[in-house]
Write a protein that binds this ligand. Structure first.
Ligand code: HEC
Length: 150
């Protein structure tokens, strides 16, 4: 009689052990990341205006792309003031690579000229306003102009 009890106990232990080891490790629900949390928050493209976004962070690559698309025809790919149209301009665009010019102007000056145009800072109206650029794009362009310094 006693052996039957022992045998039953042994079987129960084996069954129990097997059950535990064959179960896949279950993750408690609290550790499963919610799908929403894994979505990157800064997925908005540079062109989309976001009035709630705090101080614009410049992105050099965005500035470079904008500069090639909107500025290089006059200012030149290298920012040397020798773009395709430059020869026809008077005054001509300056050479952004010049260290003394870079030192003489503030970041605010650069961003203002770009967004509001030359006349806003006493320069030529040939330098048009770009009012459609959002703060992030302006900061990126300014950073790119700064990066052209030699
Ligand atoms: C149609 C030609 C043209 C285009 C396009 C143009 N610019 Fe200009 N920009 C000029 C000219 C010309 C001046 C010089 C004005 C002056 O000296 O009176 C100037 C001046 C500037 C200045 C001020 C330089 C200084 O002496 O303080 C900055 C900064 C500037 N441009 C940046 C840009 C950026 C960035 C873009 C593109 C978003 C751009 N410009 C597009 C022609 C252009």
């Amino acid at each position: 009689m006693r052996s039957w009890i022992l045998l039953a106990g042994a079987l129960a232990l084996v069954a129990c052990g097997e059950g535990e080891s064959s179960d896949p490790p279950a993750r408690p629900p609290s550790q499963v990341p919610p799908a929403a949390a894994s979505a990157p928050e800064s997925a908005a493209p540079p062109g989309s205006p976001d009035p709630q976004s705090p101080p614009a962070r410049p992105v050099l690559a965005d500035g470079a792309a904008l500069f090639r698309a909107r500025c290089a025809t006059c200012h030149g790919e290298a920012g040397d003031g020798n773009g395709e149209l430059a020869g026809a301009l008077n005054p001509r665009p300056r050479d952004f690579r010049q260290a003394d010019w870079q030192e003489s102007v503030s970041d605010a000056h650069i961003e203002t000229v770009i967004s509001r145009g030359g006349p806003s800072v006493g320069l030529s109206p040939i330098m048009a306003a770009h009012p459609d650029l959002n703060p992030g794009q302006l900061a990126s362009l300014r950073a790119y102009v700064r990066s052209l310094a030699r």
